[in-house]
Write a protein that binds this ligand. Structure first.
Ligand SMILES: Cc1cc2nc3c(=O)[nH]c(=O)nc-3n(C[C@H](O)[C@H](O)[C@H](O)COP(=O)(O)O)c2cc1C
Length: 323
């Protein structure tokens, strides 16, 4: 019998734990020509803001070894267009939808949560905290536990129905557990780890930064060990808090590694840029990986690389294989 990949996100049942990472599949529509969007765990939308935005100037993508750098900025149609056009499309195609929200002030995040409360069918909210805070000289919300906590509290307080709220953290901090703890204390049901790392590429031919905005966010296989470390640390500190583990996942084995580190759901981002069917392929490969381990269910491996779980995992690995 094939391993059971089904899992839950709040009241939604997901066919598998593989999600698109925010921003890498836009609102999900673009993937429909390559995969059946109802067959992947959930679509995490590009971060939605209150008003439409054009994003940053070009060039805003650069390749790096084992990854890429982007400075797209929060380009998008705004919450009204999202609610009228994109969300109904996703729901009518059977997708589970995690809406990622982004603001420039704490109040804006609250207003977005309030707008989401006017609509049904959203499986969870992901708060993108890697945005510049207009009230703090453009410092990212995710850098400061107090600020990050106030965003989570504003979202939680403005949602008029009970759906899971995930806070998405930045790895560009010295103590990710402090930010994670503040978000959980402020009412986050789960954490999403990780967003991009700040990076820079200089074009020697033009003697200037490759990106118009100079800095960008590093993603792809290059950040995988950082993402695994963050999931591991947060799982050790908060073993009961569900984690969406994102960053450099390209294969089923990478997804398994993220589950073993403690994530219960796995986000696939940059891999979609190269292979639009990456989420379906990673889910298929994960099923094979679990089968090879002799695991019956996804839940059997979550966090199994930790402490006591490490012994259990050894039993799983050394135990009898399926025929
Ligand atoms: C082109 C691009 C756009 C992104 N846009 C967003 C976004 O709107 N909101 C967000 O929270 N993260 C965004 N991210 C970050 C991804 O969701 C993900 O956290 C990060 O890329 C690490 O995963 P990966 O290595 O699988 O890409 C974006 C990443 C890329 C490459």
């Amino acid at each position: 019998m094939a391993p059971d990949l089904r899992t839950r996100l709040g009241s939604a049942e997901l066919p598998n734990p593989i999600l698109t990472a925010s921003g890498c599949a836009s609102s999900g529509r673009e993937l429909a020509q390559f995969i059946d969007v109802s067959k992947i765990g959930a679509i995490v939308t590009k971060s939605v803001m209150l008003a439409p935005r054009a994003g940053r100037p070009t060039p805003r993508m650069a390749e790096t070894s084992s990854g890429m750098l982007n400075s797209i900025g929060l380009q998008g149609p705004g919450i009204d267009a999202f609610l009228q056009r994109d969300l109904p499309w996703l729901l009518s195609h059977g997708a589970r939808v995690v809406v990622s929200i982004a603001g420039q002030t704490v109040r804006e995040y609250g207003a977005l949560a309030s707008r989401l409360s006017d609509t049904a069918g959203v499986s969870a909210v992901e708060i993108n905290l890697s945005c510049p805070n207009a009230e703090d000289a453009g410092r990212m919300f995710a850098l400061d536990p107090v600020t990050a906590g106030s965003v989570v509290a504003a979202v939680r307080g403005s949602l008029r129905y009970d759906i899971p709220v995930f806070a998405k953290l930045s790895p560009d901090v010295t103590d990710i557990m402090a930010v994670a703890g503040a978000c959980v204390a402020a009412g986050a049901d789960g954490l999403s780890l990780i967003n991009v790392l700040a990076g820079m590429v200089i074009d020697p031919a033009r003697l200037r930064p490759a990106l118009a905005g100079a800095y960008g966010g590093l993603s792809g296989p290059a950040i995988r060990p950082v993402a695994v470390r963050c999931v591991w640390q947060v799982r050790e500190a908060f073993p009961d808090v569900p984690i969406i583990g994102t960053g450099g996942v390209r294969t089923g084995r990478d997804a398994l590694e993220r589950l073993l580190a403690g994530a219960s759901l796995v986000g696939v981002g940059t891999a979609i840029v190269h292979d639009p069917s990456a989420c379906s392929r990673v889910a298929r490969e994960l099923e094979e990986e679990l089968g090879a381990l002799g695991a019956d269910r996804v839940a059997d491996v979550i966090g199994q690389a930790h402490g006591a779980g490490r012994r259990a995992a050894r039993g799983l690995v050394d135990g009898p294989r399926r025929a």
